[in-house]
Write a protein of this length. Structure first.
Length: 289
């Protein structure tokens, strides 16, 4: 019996994804096929006939993606800032939108030699590792309270060190606890954070509401429970003139800037949008004394 050509498998998968509401699934389908076949996307050949077991695995992964499983949970990998990290069920998969957060963080310390950086709510370590990759002279401290996330972060750190990157410093700690990174107080050049920010009970796509760890998505009744602590930590950790970048999404386009201005310790507060025009993150600097 003739096997189904890869091109037909891809077309079938695209149709399945569109029926489930994915508007432009071709790229993701090709990424899944490349993962299953152990090839790059550019090496896929439409008339290649995969083995039945390979085709079955491909269909199974496409079905999981159509049901909302993050791509990173299917392939075991995600990329941010040119750095590939291992991810999996139970750890937050970094979003492409966070590239903008990373870029703003790098810009904030572009003129600083050997910057001291703190990444709060680091998860898999993606942002911290990308910062260390792009700024080998930086000392990057990364914080998370979840042992599973930190296990991924440790493994990702080890891989990046083997590839020649500067090792990041990992801390198992809760960003809501007083005295976080006390030894760095008043000395940090950049604090960056992607905390949980969705209000409890908010309707979110299955990728975030079902498949991602809840503690990385939901942040209390108003979504600000962890953000308030992150802002307080940034006020304490940053040196005068130090930069702060916090991702918060569209739900807090007004409330987070107000929170940053409320204590009078931040200046140059601004909010920045994602490619679709929705508020994505806020940027500020610690007031100079």
């Amino acid at each position: 019996m003739a096997r189904e050509p890869l091109g037909e498998l891809l077309d079938e998968a695209v149709a399945i994804m569109r029926r489930k509401g994915h508007p432009a699934p071709r790229g993701e389908v090709e990424e899944i096929a490349a993962h299953v076949l152990g090839r790059r996307v550019g090496e896929l050949v439409a008339d290649f006939e995969p083995h039945d077991r390979v085709a079955a695995k491909f269909r199974r992964l496409v079905g999981r993606r159509a049901d909302g499983a993050p791509m990173g949970h299917l392939t075991g990998l995600a990329e941010l800032g040119g750095v590939e990290v291992a991810v999996g069920p139970g750890v937050f998969v970094p979003r492409p939108h966070s590239e903008l957060v990373l870029a703003s963080g790098l810009a904030a310390v572009a003129e600083v030699s050997a910057p001291l950086v703190a990444d709060l709510c680091t998860g898999s370590g993606a942002i911290a590792l990308a910062l260390a990759h792009r700024r080998p002279d930086a000392t990057v401290h990364a914080v998370d309270f979840d042992p599973l996330a930190l296990d991924f972060a440790r493994r990702n750190r080890e891989r990046r060190v083997k590839l020649g990157d500067t090792p990041i410093v990992l801390h198992e700690a809760d960003v809501t606890r007083p005295g976080l990174l006390e030894e760095l107080a008043g000395r940090v050049d950049l604090v960056v954070a992607n905390p949980p920010f969705m209000p409890d009970g908010a309707e979110v796509p299955p990728e975030f509401g079902t498949h991602q760890p809840r503690q990385a998505i939901f942040g209390g009744p108003d979504g600000l429970r962890v953000i308030r602590h992150v802002v307080a930590a940034a006020e304490r950790l940053l040196r005068p003139g130090g930069g702060f970048v916090v991702e918060h999404g569209h739900v807090h386009g007004e409330s987070v800037p107000e929170l940053l201005r409320a204590g009078g310790l931040f200046t140059e507060v601004s909010t920045h949008a994602d490619p679709d025009g929705w508020p994505l993150y806020s940027l500020a600097r610690r007031a100079r004394e």
